[in-house]
Design a protein around this ligand. Structure first.
Ligand code: TRP
Ligand code: SF4
Length: 366
């Protein structure tokens, strides 16, 4: 059977293990022992896979010039799934590693067909601002819009087009219209241009992304090999699981009930938690007898990905669910409480961060 990942699709990836066998993504577990103080996404298996992380880490440990780069498409409001990407950047920035964030405005405009003005506004006010409020240091982070780069960045995009065939693109993505081809080539340069000597000549770039972005990384690695004469080096990458939407589907800005947005009001957030799909049983009696199923529960995911950082505390919650000693009503009340506290605090930071984001003057002029 042919297995394809569609980075623009609405499908959510269900069987992460298949990605190991089929695409050669390596289990993150195997590099975990290299890291002194791993992020809880790493120890909890939220970051489940990688390519060449070991190589990146060795270079970092040897004080070589390395950086982290990732990108976000400004296609709607910023939600808890996006937060996962920024959390990882903050972790690496705190280790002293250079951090770059690309706002994929060209992609949002071309592929998602969002009006240009809206894309730019969302890029600054939602994405850059939330990233700053989540702890990225605006003085140490390089943010850029895909349409507002150095001319040499576009030169690289033009040059790599020579060594990529339509057949190879279609083998990876299926049928592609020009807007997607250009988005793909742009992203290939996003993850490689920093290794060019004109842009700092980094020895290795690590790209932390959701698993749906792997097709771009596979292509970028091939293209970098082919263009080694240009001095481009293949990126390393890590892959995290997606948050499940609160309704059980993909978490997506286009379905507001599937996601908690970082700008949700207290009332909205509470409502969403109370309506969320759980791993609870049909009746209270049954749940006391059989226990709940946290592994199938979107509320448990909220705890594990965002609300509880202490492992012992999370284990306790897991056990009381499994044992049936805590029922979903109480569990949701606790989750809502923690979430609301966090949202209030975040939204206070966000007001200030929006001003900073604006003052960075990142936006293209049209
Ligand atoms: N395609 C990514 C998305 O859909 C955005 C993106 C553009 C990106 N350039 C990137 C992600 C470089 C990682 C690295 O969100
Ligand atoms: Fe989910 Fe909590 Fe219910 Fe368990 S008790 S299924 S973790 S909501």
């Amino acid at each position: 059977m042919e297995l394809r990942i569609d980075p623009w699709g609405q499908e959510t990836i269900k069987e992460y293990e298949k990605l190991f066998e089929y695409f050669g993504i390596r289990p993150f577990k195997e590099v975990l022992p290299l890291i002194d103080k791993p992020h809880y996404y790493m120890t909890r298996g939220v970051i489940f896979g990688h390519r060449d992380f070991d190589k990146f880490w060795r270079l970092y440990k040897d004080n070589k010039k390395v950086a982290i780069l990732t990108g976000l498409m400004p296609s709607g409001k910023f939600h808890m799934g996006h937060k996962m990407v920024i959390d990882q950047l903050v972790y690496y920035q705190n280790l002293g590693i250079d951090v770059y964030v690309v706002i994929a405005d060209a992609e949002a405009y071309a592929v998602r067909k969002i009006p240009r003005k809206e894309v730019i506004e969302i890029g600054i006010n939602e994405y850059v601002a939330n990233a700053i409020a989540l702890g990225l240091d605006p003085k140490k982070t390089v943010f850029y819009f895909q349409t507002n780069q150095d001319p040499r960045y576009y030169r690289l995009i033009q040059m790599i087009s020579r060594k990529i065939t339509l057949n190879e693109l279609e083998a990876i993505y299926g049928e592609l219209e020009p807007s997607k081809i250009i988005s793909v080539l742009t992203q290939v340069i996003d993850v490689t241009f920093l290794t060019h000597k004109q842009f700092g000549g980094y020895e290795c770039i690590l790209v932390p992304v959701g698993a749906d972005q792997d097709p771009h990384l596979r292509l970028a690695r091939d293209v970098a090999e082919r263009f080694s004469e240009l001095g481009l080096k293949p990126p390393a990458s890590t892959y995290h699981r997606f948050m499940t939407g609160l309704d059980g589907g993909k978490m997506s800005s286009s379905r507001p009930e599937s996601a908690i947005f970082l700008t949700d009001s207290i009332k909205e957030a509470k409502h969403k938690v109370f309506k969320a799909l759980t791993g609870g049983r049909a009746t209270a009696e049954e749940q006391r007898r059989l226990g709940g199923q946290p592994e199938k529960c979107t509320v448990f995911e909220l705890y594990a990905y965002h609300l509880i950082q202490n492992d012992n505390e999370l284990k306790k919650l897991y056990d009381s669910c499994k044992l049936g000693s805590m029922l979903c009503g109480e569990c949701k009340r606790r989750a809502a409480e923690l979430l609301i506290k966090w949202l209030k605090d975040h939204q206070e930071k966000l007001a200030k961060a929006r001003e900073i984001a604006k003052s960075l003057q990142l936006e293209p002029d049209f």
